[in-house]
Design a protein around this ligand. Structure first.
Ligand SMILES: Cc1ncc(COP(=O)(O)O)c(C=O)c1O
Ligand code: FES
Length: 391
């Protein structure tokens, strides 16, 4: 069973049906003048309205991109390149997705200064830290709405208010929240917001950037002038139609889906914490995405856990990285103040609307069995203080 919806989600059959005509029959280039092209343009503009409606924006404030990564790059580089004569300071958080984090690291190598706000144990930035970090050189604040690993939700409206008071542009990466919790660009006081279709039952490789009316960005890609010159290139019409449909469905079902998934999440968290000794939840207990469960087990390696769960038919992910190139565990878990050895045993289960209570029960048992098996095999487990000795 699939419990890795924060990595990607299946395309909803309704979304797929909506996209189908735009591959073979209505294949026109949306920039052409004849009716085939005009039909494509019409479908694209309808999708722009669907996206705008979900996030409380005006359609003309929505730019289609190839996904979250590109939206983040256009927003961040587009702002700082435009304002580089005004200042060179960017504020972000220590737990951003690589699409933001690596963009900031790149900019640091190119003359910009970046402050990475700490998040403390609960995974949430402190407003007082943000206020202290602002200087007269600060030109951009970019802080994610919810974290992709630990699911914590940041106080975006408050951050946006401070950005406004200080006349600093504010971008948020809302890839993990759009379609999962209410997102309203006006209420959140944001100037730019990134979203991606494949996290909300839409296709991969398509997303959008909200750019508030009046906010001007320097283009980072140059070409034929599509999408107000910010994202030139022949439009991915079928993808855009899919994104629009996914947003329409998300808007229609948001409250019901959220309630259903939150219930599964809490059952999963309690079930695992209550049945496995030395297991811990990472991130805030309630200020977290309705579908995010991120746990840690003393004495266990996350990657072995994921591979053993896979053999029991459960798709999940981990923030530990023993066998990856970096040999570093997730920067997000380290930012929570965890030691390397603690971050080493992390398991992320992210639920979706097609998961059921029976699946949750199965996963609780599967995780318990795998943790017990791995601990039995571990020569270190019996030496850990408080560990129950197993013969
Ligand atoms: C918070 C966040 N930002 C950005 C991205 C990147 O989005 P995309 O895969 O559409 O480029 C992801 C996806 O993993 C994400 O979770
Ligand atoms: S050794 Fe496992 S996360 Fe580093």
């Amino acid at each position: 069973m699939y419990m890795d919806h924060s990595a990607t989600s299946p395309v909803d059959p309704e979304v797929f049906e909506a996209m189908k005509p735009y591959f073979v029959d209505n294949f026109g280039n949306a920039s052409t003048l004849y009716s085939l092209g005009r039909d494509a343009r019409k479908a694209m503009e309808a999708a722009r309205e669907q996206v705008a409606s979900l996030i409380g924006a005006k359609p003309e404030e929505v730019i289609f991109t190839s996904g979250g990564t590109e939206s983040d790059n256009i927003a961040i580089k587009g702002t700082v390149y435009r304002l580089k004569n005004k200042g060179n300071h960017i504020i972000t958080s220590a737990i951003e997705h690589p699409a933001v984090r690596e963009t900031c690291k790149y900019l640091e190598k190119n003359g910009f200064e970046v402050t990475y706000l700490p998040v403390y144990e609960d995974g949430i930035v402190k407003i007082s830290d943000l206020e202290d970090a602002i200087t007269d050189k600060t030109i951009l604040i970019t802080i994610m709405h919810a974290n992709n690993e630990i699911g914590t939700i940041q106080p975006i409206a408050e951050i946006g208010k401070i950005a406004r008071e200080n006349k600093i542009y504010f971008h948020t990466d809302a890839v993990q929240t759009v379609g999962k919790i209410p997102v309203n660009v006006e209420k959140m006081n944001v100037d730019m917001l990134s979203l991606s279709a494949h996290k909300v039952y839409g296709p991969k490789g398509i997303g959008a950037l909200y750019v508030k009316k009046g906010v001007r960005l320097e283009p980072i890609i140059h070409g034929g002038g599509h999408e107000k010159g910010l994202r030139p290139g022949t439009e991915n019409v079928s993808g855009i139609v899919g994104l629009g449909k996914a947003c329409e469905l998300a808007e229609k079902n948001l409250l019901e889906d959220t309630k259903y998934i939150t219930n599964l999440r809490d059952k999963l968290i309690d079930g695992i914490l209550n049945s496995i000794e030395q297991s811990y939840l990472d991130g805030h207990r309630t200020k977290r995405l309705p579908n995010n469960v991120n746990l840690r087990f003393t004495g266990i390696e996350g990657e072995s856990l994921v591979l053993h769960l896979d053999s029991k038919g459960v798709a999940a992910s981990t923030g530990s990285a023993c066998s990856s190139k970096s040999l570093e565990p997730s920067h997000v878990l380290i930012a929570l103040g965890l030691e390397h050895v603690e971050a080493h045993g992390s398991l992320r289960l992210t639920l979706g609307k097609e998961n059921t209570e029976e699946e949750v029960d199965y996963v609780i048992t599967a995780v318990k069995e795998v943790v017990e098996t791995l601990r039995k095999l571990s020569p270190l487990w019996c030496e850990i203080p408080g560990a129950e000795r197993r013969e």
